[in-house]
Design a binder for this molecule. Structure first.
Ligand SMILES: [Mg+2]
Length: 226
């Protein structure tokens, strides 16, 4: 991949800069175990997934939306107050996840700093994302931090325009092919995909090869291209 024209680099946060999905997975495990008296795990989990999708329009993405879906689903089974409390605490652990930078993140961002206009670009709940970014301590390594409701072709076009560059000069780094890679390639930008070892079913999409796309295993490997 030729990155000689790249001037603007945006970086996803959850599951790119820090672990997020494993906290969701752990909470889902608590949910399934707590509701075992009410049905097999596949069944209670399927009802949770339907609830999350139904809540997506009004609540969007993130730990708060997830926690409300957990609790609503538990109530729909007639779970006890204690069981609901257990499930609520599991959801809280997602909201309050530590956002500790993954291995190599700090050194890599320091190496990129000053060489590109560097933006942390994340979607989700404003308060929740802001708090995670603060806990991560990474904000000073970026030129700007942006939290948006959706990452799609129009939001990436706006990101380029706001930074005075064309999509040809823009590269996005992230773990989600659906949110971080596909829409960027569609508008003429470039991407570096760093798949996380866990993924959220909602974010799963068919992946493809592209001349403006590279795939690496760890964050520090982005320096092979930047
Ligand atoms: Mg992500």
């Amino acid at each position: 991949m030729d990155t000689s024209r790249i001037r603007l680099v945006a970086v996803d946060a959850d599951d790119t800069l820090w672990d997020c999905q494993s906290y969701f997975t752990a909470a889902e495990q608590v949910f399934k175990e707590t509701l075992l008296p009410y049905g097999p795990p596949e069944e209670t989990f399927a009802r949770l997934t339907r609830r999350e999708l139904a809540n997506m329009d009004s609540l969007g993405f993130g730990g708060k939306a997830f926690t409300l879906s957990l609790v609503e689903t538990a109530i729909s089974y007639g779970a006890s107050t204690d069981e609901i409390h257990t499930i609520l605490q599991a959801g809280r652990a997602v909201i309050d996840l530590p956002a500790t930078p993954l291995d190599g993140v700090v050194e890599t961002l320091e190496a990129l700093r000053g060489r590109y206009r560097l933006i942390l670009y994340t979607k989700g709940d404003l308060q929740e994302q802001t708090a995670k970014i603060r806990r991560s301590g990474l904000a000073p390594l970026f030129d700007d931090v942006l939290i948006v409701a959706h990452k799609d072709e129009s939001s990436y076009r706006r990101l380029c325009e706001a930074n005075g560059c064309t999509p040809e000069a823009f590269l996005m780094v992230g773990n989600s092919f659906r949110s971080d890679i596909d829409p960027v390639l569609r508008i003429g930008g470039s991407g570096i995909h760093i798949p996380f070892h866990l993924s959220w079913a909602y974010e799963e999409v068919e992946e493809y090869d592209h001349p403006r796309l590279a795939k690496v295993a760890t964050f520090k490997e982005i320096l092979r291209y930047l």
